[in-house]
Write a protein that binds this ligand. Structure first.
Ligand SMILES: [Fe+2]
Ligand SMILES: [Fe+2]
Length: 332
């Protein structure tokens, strides 16, 4: 398919899911809350309200929302509010991952396939039905509409080979100079192929916190220079795990006789990510840690936090689907 973006297609502000997300959505709509933006207090770090509020704050650094002034991006009160949310999220992640400095061990572990083969792509390959696949696409669109964007923020924070190699991977993610080959565009074509809406963040209200958290982690690490090691760790973890899962997804889609554009997104990633994995490990992480060995624990944290959130998302999907229930907040 050769659909091309012509117009700027902006997301609409989502429906709030609690006091934090209501406060930020109201503020962006132009109704400043009388008492200013609230503190996160005892909000659940992984809960619907906090994750949506954080996602809305971060979106101002990407494409923004329809009808919302671009100037909100650097509004000091909004940044202070976001910082409170980030602290809660980051503290929870740090408490919930094992940590340490055994980077090789942590990366090697990503390559070990679970013996019992449980995981979303295993499920979809072996027993997935078309409605599962469409739910999966709608959920993942929250990230893939901005595929590789949060990783671009780390570029000015790197030097030498680490920078050059990461840019080489990003060049592929952004289509090697071709708008119609950008991975975000390939995913939009996949959505159309599956009869879904390819509008930017059109499924935000459908996506539970467990999905938003995976994207919020990338934005968090991308926007903070202090987390540059974690951003690189995140990127490496994603590249290492993609090729095997993309292989299973391509099989699932062929079995279900899906539109070729749906299969194409995954076949593109099978070969590309096998190369990206090597580049990320050897040239990006290798060179970064040769220059800044004190970032080792930060890279490990990025890998582990990615895995933790992906595991939570996978558990959510499989639990819902095994009960014959939708994994989304709204039906498609
Ligand atoms: Fe990609
Ligand atoms: Fe990749």
């Amino acid at each position: 398919m050769t659909t091309v973006d012509h117009a700027v297609d902006r997301a609409v502000l989502p429906a709030p899911r609690g006091p934090l997300s209501a406060a930020v959505v109201d503020a962006l709509r132009g109704d400043p809350p009388a008492a200013g933006l609230p503190e996160p207090g005892s909000a659940d770090p992984y809960g619907e309200d906090l994750q949506l509020a954080l996602h809305v704050c971060y979106e101002l650094h990407y494409q923004g929302f329809a009808g919302v002034s671009d100037d909100w991006e650097w509004d000091p009160a909004l940044l202070a509010f976001r910082s409170g949310l980030e602290r809660v999220f980051l503290d929870a992640l740090r408490a919930d991952v094992p940590g340490g400095a055994d980077l090789e061990g942590v990366l090697d572990e990503l390559l070990v396939e679970p013996v019992d083969g449980v995981g979303v792509s295993h499920f979809l390959k072996d027993e997935g039905e078309w409605w599962h696949v469409r739910e999966y696409f709608a959920l993942r669109s929250i990230y893939h509409h901005k595929e590789a964007d949060p990783h671009a923020w780390v570029i000015p924070r790197l030097r030498g080979t680490a920078k050059a190699a990461l840019v080489a991977v990003e060049f592929d993610e952004f289509g090697g100079g071709r708008g119609d080959r950008m991975h975000s565009r390939l995913f939009a074509d996949l959505l159309v192929g599956a009869g879904l809406d390819d509008g930017y963040l059109r499924y935000l209200d459908h996506a539970p916190a467990v999905m938003l958290a995976t994207v919020n982690l990338m934005s968090l690490c991308g926007l903070h220079r202090s987390l540059r090691g974690s951003l690189v760790g995140h990127f490496a973890a994603a590249e290492i795990t993609t090729a095997p899962s993309a292989t299973r997804m391509a099989k699932a889609l062929e079995r279900l006789d899906a539109h070729p554009d749906c299969v194409e997104f995954f076949t593109e990633h099978i070969e590309a990510d096998a190369v990206h994995e090597q580049v990320m490990r050897r040239d990006v992480i290798g060179d970064l840690l040769a220059r800044e060995p004190e970032l080792t624990e930060s890279v490990v944290f990025g890998v582990q936090a990615t895995e933790l959130l992906e595991q939570r998302l996978g558990d959510h999907l499989l639990t819902a689907w095994r009960e014959g229930q939708t994994a989304l907040r709204l039906p498609l």
